[in-house]
Design a protein around this ligand. Structure first.
Ligand code: 8YV
Length: 312
């Protein structure tokens, strides 16, 4: 008998196919009526394969009395209530490391594109302005500028290596100081004050909710740039929007938003923001590796072996 699982969202196609061949899988994201969906399978479901921002909370866990494991596609587990899982002795796994390089590439792309305004320059050419108005206005160099990394974890360190290759200086803030060759700032405001570009690379969740607030943006100042590849929840989005509109910071590069995929349309009008639709890890190779790890965690658990990447 194959173990029964629920798939919460539509992710990588290969992963989806393997989940369906190795397990008896039910697609929650296709259910038009959640109640009848749960009536049909809830009593037998032992695993959840989670994708995306759908909240996985006590209510959902209690609806699945046989639930043993939540295997997330992605390193960030902020959509899952870890305390609720811990209390119910439900294992939670994620997909760390396999996405570090891709997410760091995206982060560096946002730094370069935001500071050098390449997307805006390209729009200028496409609009025919080069011939009619002359060269695109000068921007500013990356070399010699300071990148302040808020959350120097595995992804943060991969970003730092790339930024060093561009001639940038690195500083960071974490809850705890690390054994790294970069100067440490005691809090996000000091880091922002000392940075030309502030990179948000922390996990999401209640501990980091809106830690990029008005004080931090004020400290970053009118010459400073904000880049966020972490979670939209880490930034006070309405305040950020106001700071961008009023040019109280120089610009922002954003891969993540508070209520994805809904982005406040006011952002679309900004010429000092570069906006990506959460593509940090979105390559064929990386998404396959993430799916393989998600499946391996389920496979091992149901074979009675320890999982590969356990969070709870
Ligand atoms: C993915 C991510 O976009 O790993 C994460 O935490 O945010 C991204 O890599 C996400 O997992 C897609 O569901």
């Amino acid at each position: 008998m194959k173990p029964e699982i629920i798939i919460t969202g539509k992710g990588h196609a290969g992963t989806f196919a393997t989940l369906h061949s190795e397990f008896t899988a039910h697609n929650l994201f296709e259910a038009s009526d959640r109640n009848s969906f749960f009536e049909k399978c809830a009593a037998r479901v032992r695993g959840l394969a989670t994708f995306g921002p759908m909240p996985i909370d006590a209510k959902l866990m209690d609806a699945l009395p046989k639930l043993e494991i939540i295997s997330n596609f992605g390193v960030g587990v902020d959509a899952i209530n870890l305390e609720d899982a811990r209390k119910r002795r439900i294992i939670v796994t994620n997909t760390p490391d396999v996405l570090n390089d891709c997410v760091a590439d995206t982060a560096l792309a946002l730094v370069i594109n935001t500071v050098r305004k390449f997307p805006q320059a390209e729009r200028y050419l496409r609009a025919g302005h080069w011939a009619s108005r002359g060269p695109y206005p000068f921007t500013t160099s990356l070399g010699g500028k300071t990148l302040g990394i808020l959350g120097l974890g595995r992804i943060g360190e991969a970003i730092a290596r790339r930024a060093v290759a561009c001639g940038m200086k690195i500083r960071y803030h974490n809850r705890n100081k690390k054994d790294v060759p970069y100067p440490y700032d005691a809090d996000p405001v000091t880091l922002a004050k000392n940075s030309d570009v502030l990179m948000v690379a922390t996990p999401g969740g209640p501990e980091t909710n809106r830690i990029i607030d008005e004080k931090v943006l004020q400290a970053l100042g009118p010459e400073g740039y904000l880049v966020n590849i972490a979670r939209g929840s880490v930034v006070d989005e309405p305040v950020l929007l106001r700071y961008l509109q009023d040019k109280r910071i120089a610009g922002a590069g954003l891969d993540v938003f508070a209520d994805e995929p809904r982005v406040p349309p006011e952002f679309f009008a900004l010429d000092n923001a570069v906006l990506f639709p959460h593509v940090g890890s979105a390559t064929v190779e990386t998404r396959k590796s993430m799916g393989d790890l998600q499946i391996e965690n389920l496979r091992r658990h149901f074979a009675g072996k320890p999982v590969v990447s356990r969070v709870v």
